[in-house]
Each structure stands twice: as structure tokens, then as C-alpha cells.
Design a protein around this ligand. Sequence first.
Ligand code: SF4
Length: 254
Amino acid sequence: MASNLITEIEVRSVLTAQNRRSTIPYDYTINPYRGCLLGCLYCYASRFVHEDAAKKADWGHWVEVKKNAVDALQRDSHKICGKTVFFSSATDPYQPLELRLGLTRALLEVLLLAFPARLRIQTRSPHVVRDIDLFRKFGDTLDVGISVPTDSDIVRRAFEPRAPSIARRLDAARQLKEAGIAVRASVAPLLPCTPERLARLLAPCFDRAWVDGINFYEKADALREIYTGRGWEAYLRPEHADRVRAALHAAGLL
Ligand code: SF4
């Protein structure tokens, strides 16, 4: 399959009701894109978004843009009032092509007039700061999660080679916080890190944090090879997660 294949699709609805256990509870999720060009090695979103085995195997190298997403959301906007919306569960709404397409932003503009009780944004991308002006209009119904699963760019490159650096994510979080936006650090999936250093980096940039472990649903062999090949097996033990939680707690983030 060609690298970074970007195509367009039409969808009946862009709202998906929560139908599986999630660490982030919500009523509906909105995924403006199907697929994600950040292609994190541990990502298991492909299980939920495509039946095509070739596309599952090539996760990270294709995106289907939901070209009628704005119309579809406008049609369904009556369902959103008073609900919790998670944006997004199976793609990164601020992956680089969003800067060119503006689909996430257009959907947020529809959401603003649909009055969700809570809007949860989730991203790894510093491009999220583009929409600070819109975020302000949501007031305290909105919080933004930025994934920072390690303090080390060596680790980050091993697991998420195409995702932005840790420093850029921290800078984005700081800008959001300074703009008065509630911002949480998603230490998820928890990767090898120095817990106390991670907590020191996160504390000035975030209001709070949460931690979740890694799943070996997809690419299990490749993931195990990273841990064993680099001598990082100890970071899979529960004691590592305990140390991270204790450090984040001491830093006032948990
Ligand atoms: S940014 Fe999120 S959706 Fe995209 S590949 Fe990484 S984990 Fe998956």
C-alpha cells in the first residue's frame, strides 16, 4: 500500500455512541478522520475503525477524510445538548493535515452551538493551540488532554517516531494553561521514563494528569522487541506505574 494515502469518504453520521469500556467516559465520540498519520506503534485504534485487513496492517500510513462530517454533525446536533463528547477516540484530531483541512475546527464550531455538557479534546499534537480562541468560547465545559507518556525523546522515538517531541507538547500545554484552558496530561500509555523528572516537567504546564498502562493488542512482537532489545522490561512492572503515580501525586497532578 502507498505511504500516506489520503482519501475522502462520506459518512452517515460522525457521532459514535460509547459502546466499549473506556478510561475516559463519554456519551459520543467524534472522529473527523478515519486513520491517523502519526502511526504510534502501540496504537490499537485500527481494531475499531476498519474491516479491511490491509488497512489495519498499514495503520499510520493512510487517512480517510470524512468530507461531509460538518453536514452530518449539524444534522445530529440535537443529540449533543447536555452530553459528554470525546474528540477523538480513534484518530488524532490535530494531526498535521488538520492544519490544511480545518475539519476539526469546523466541527468544533458546530459543537459550540450544540451545547454539550462536557467536551474532552485528546491529542498528541502541539497544533492544538491553533484553536485556543474557540476553546475559550466553550468555557469550563471543555478540557484538553495532551498525551505525554514519557519524559524522554529517545523513548518517544522508539514508540511514536512520527509524533511531536515532548518539548513541543509541553509548550502547547503551557500555552493552553496560560490561556485559561483546563489541560490534563495523559500519561498514556505509560512508557519508560524517570517518574520524578516526568512529574517535574508536567507540573508547570498541566492542571492534572492521569495514567494508563500500555496494551499489547497490536504489534505485540514489535513492542516486546523494543522492551527487551533496549533493556526496558522493568518499566512494564506495576512498580513503575506506582512510582509514576506517586511522583505525579507529590507534584499535585493526581
Ligand atoms: S496519535 Fe493516537 S490515534 Fe494516532 S496513531 Fe497515535 S495513538 Fe493512534
